[in-house]
Structure formats: structure tokens, C-alpha cells
Design a binder for this molecule. Sequence first.
Ligand SMILES: Nc1ncnc2c1ncn2[C@@H]1O[C@H](COP(=O)(O)OP(=O)(O)OP(=O)(O)O)[C@@H](O)[C@H]1O
Length: 284
Amino acid sequence: MILLLSYTEYLERLSEPRSIVDVALVFVIVYTVLRLVRGTRAAPMAAGLLGFAALYWLAIWQRLATLEFILRSALLYVGVAVIVLFQTEIRQALISLGNRLRLPLWRSHRGQFGEGVYDEIVLAATTLASTKTGALIVIERGISLTNAAESGIRLDAELSYDLLVAIFNPASPLHDGAVIIREHRIVAASCFLPLTLNPLLSKDLGTRHRAAIGITEVTDAVAIVVSEETGLISFVERGQIKRGLDATRLRAAIVQALLAPRQRRRVGRLGAETEREAEEAITT
Ligand SMILES: Nc1ncnc2c1ncn2[C@@H]1O[C@H](COP(=O)(O)OP(=O)(O)OP(=O)(O)O)[C@@H](O)[C@H]1O
């Protein structure tokens, strides 16, 4: 519509309160989209789309009828292609938007895990890592993991270091697959998770790591992986994997992810301090 207005007419309309709201909304949307795609595989494609938009604008401005016709015809297909190619990112964006919009009372993770629970998970992960025992632990947040839990063996047991280590012991019939944690309980073990289809992931990452990334792409859960091959501990959130964490960093990542947003901001500063301390300890 704006493209049909003359430049001066457009500038005149800009001073109207409604136009100010209009421009502010567009700014917020563009800023949010850029923040969401930053650092993901969508970023280069977003740049390509901007190029497409710039070319389309040039075709209209310079009245290049053939180019404009071709680009206009391609618009519908570009729209469908964007939805198909970015389905993971769109799902993630909607989950994150939904979580932000929900009233605090509706949130199922309210930072009530208790410090002890984090320590049980961290201690189990580091013990398993020291013996190069493979493990996959998924922690539920706002979105229910009932479907994934139903693919495994239901436990509904109190979360403890001993139980986690016993489950992932290679001699245990439950060691294959993922453990799912809800609040302070182990809901199920030996669960099957959806694998990520992200083609940009390192080829070093096998199915355990891909399952961890997959579940965090389709839900807001976080996952902890212990590699059987390398003994490295990884933390996965929103499809992003942080590898080679020590106990301090793993704890900081779990605390940061599980606290309610308001507490998260406060502990974010503490987490940064803890990370700095850990870095200092490594370098000294
Ligand atoms: N879809 C899945 N859901 C849950 N767990 C899975 C899934 N696929 C594989 N696993 C787990 O991963 C194990 C195989 O890990 P694999 O060696 O292929 O992956 P990896 O990422 O290289 O891990 P590691 O570094 O521990 O070897 C399986 O024995 C099973 O426990």
C-alpha cells in the first residue's frame, strides 16, 4: 500500500499517531525476527529474502515490468518455501512467544525445583562422564513431554543421583534412550525422542546428541547429554548445543534454564560470575 503512495504523501501520513504505531509495530516485528534468526541456519536465508525484497522494490521503483512480474509470481512460492524450510524455527518462535505471553500462574516450571535437584543431576552427569557412560536426560519445562514419556518405561520415581546413575549403567535394561524429568521426579526412562533434521550439525554428533537437539527443537525442554565416546557433557536448549561443560558450567546452565524468568535475570548475573570463576580456575 505504501508503495502506491507518493513519497511526500507518505511522509505526511507518517506524522499521524496511527502511522507512528504502525511503524513501531513493524520495527518490533523486524527486530524480533532478526533476534530469533541470529546465529541460526535461518540467518543466511533471511539475508537472501532481504535481497529478494530489495530487488522487488527496485523493479517497482524503476518500473522494470518483466522483473516485477517474475518476482510477483514467485512471491507465493517464496512464502510456501519459507514456511517449509523454517518450520523448526517458526515452531520455536511460536513456543517462545507462547511462553512469554502465558501468565506466570500457568507456567509449570516456576523455579521450584530446589537447589538439591540441580546438584543430583549435575553430580550424576559428571559421574557418568568420568566413566564414559552414555546418558541422555531431558527436563520438561512449560510444554508437556507426556508423548515422549509414553514411548519409554514409566517410573514416576523421586529424582536422585543414585537412580540416574543406575538407569544409565550399561547393564541396566533401561539405559538405552532418554530419561525424562518433570519437577523433581523421573517420569520415565528408555524414551525415544525425535531426531533433529538440521543438516548443518557437525557430523561428529550421533543419534544420542541428535535426539537431544530434536526434542529441544519441538518443545521448550532442555537436555543434558553425556557422550559414551568422549565423556563430554553437553547442554541443549532451543536446538543449540553447548559441548564440553564442566560441573560448574552445567549447573549454571540448568539453573538459568529452569528458573522463572524474573529469577533467571538475577541468576543470569550470578551464572556469568560462576562462569568467570570457572574460567579463572581453568586458566590459573
Ligand atoms: N531417538 C532416540 N531417542 C533417545 N535416545 C536415542 C535415540 N537414538 C539413539 N539414542 C540413544 O543413543 C545411543 C546411540 O548413540 P550414538 O553413539 O549413535 O550417538 P552419539 O551422539 O554418537 O553418542 P555417544 O557420543 O554417546 O556415542 C542409543 O544406544 C540410545 O541410547
